[in-house]
Ligand binder design. Sequence first.
Ligand code: 4AD
Ligand code: MG
Length: 464
Amino acid sequence: MVEKISVAEARKPESIGRQVILQGWVRTRRDSKAGFSFLELNDGSSLGNIQVIAGQDLDNYQTEIKRLTAGSSVTVRGEVRQSPGRGQATEVHATSITVHGWADSERYPLQKKRHSFEFLRTIAHLRPRTNTFGAVARVRNCVCHSIHQFFQEEGFLYVHTPIITASDCEGAGEMFQVTTLDLGKLAQTGSPPDFSLDFFDRPSYLTVSGQLEAEAFACALGKVYTFGPTFRAENSNTSRHLAEFWMVEPEMAFFELDQNMDLAERLLKRIFQDVLARCGEDMKFFNQRIDPTALETLEQIVASRFVRLSYTEAMDLLGRCGERFEFPTRWGCDLQAEHERYLTEKHFRCPVILFDYPRSIKPFYMRLNDDGRTVRAMDVLVPKVGEIIGGSQREERLEVLEERMREQGLNPDDYWWYLDLRRYGTVPHSGFGLGLERLVQFITGMGNIRDVIPFPRTPGNAEF
Ligand code: 4AD
Ligand code: MG
């Protein structure tokens, strides 16, 4: 029997003796003087290739096989045998090879040499064919699978919150507007746009977060999560910001901040454990090529407890630590990257959950503490990447929430439906947002967030 199997499958010793069909792309071809060729074949199922041995008995050996170059696509039929070579358990002896597509070696940009990540960003449609981007894609997939498994096992309901919205969840005004108004015509007439004529009868935007809608479902169904793309029009050209990124946002009725922190810690550890267990080969690659501490970091974190520290305690610690920071710390200001790094990389050397931030630097929906100065916010900070989770206990008291909106220059009338959740059967509740790309960056050690999402959107970049 001949079976179509993946390269990953064919590389396992259990496959020895099987008659198989493999389909993929040639990474390299080497010809031996003895009249046969070695092809390294990859189909994306694993980092490692399989070695295919093609002899001159193949009818297209001289005409085609000896012309195969990196990037060509083929179907190989043959038998999996034990490999005498070092570093691989198996190899495939081809009985036939069909060439589907050639890749002109004069023009195909992915030749043997290593390319910089900057260069690969200019060929984002081809970079999935490289080792690094294949490995990132597999780890990212594993992380998403693990996220869904975790929440499903914990009894959460997966809800789909809208991508187009009229509310600014973070109240920061960093939204992309969605419109069908003719901007060119408007510019010619010089008159201000009339949004009652727009598609949604009002100004509408791409969502910055599914939280507000997730709260509506949590306040009926208990524990829910939304997981989808979110958009931010902040003009930050950093290695940690994207204009389009994926966020998983759990929201839980009857959860207070401590339970929220416990959940975040358990979720992260579960994901790290799954990646270590399921992506061994890819993680070894990241450890060798990208970040020599990648594996050790994950293993350590799974076994440790995250440090929990109030914002005020963190400010005291940073003020007293004797470190020279570019930006001095002051109570009431947000932490800078250098402060986050000091806490996670130098002082505690582990993830840190900071909580109870000043009310002035956090969004309206976070629950006000009795001190009147701080809110029940929590940020999870990790070494190298900094903040990967932002969340809070939500303000469930109607009057306090309205007051907080006004204080931040928002009109409570615009949020009437959100306030209804406090008018009818309000409950203490909490949630957080975990940025998928920051998480994958942290796991793999990849330095730039643009290299952990298939097609990054950043200021000036949306070609592919
Ligand atoms: O801290 P943020 O802004 O929180 C929220 O949006 C809440 N509404 C979430 C909630 O409570 N349901 O964003 C959450 C996380 C950040 O910690 C970060 O990991 C990621 O989203 N994030 C970004 N990732 C990439 N590019 C950006 N521009 C990001 N902005 C936030
Ligand atoms: Mg945040």
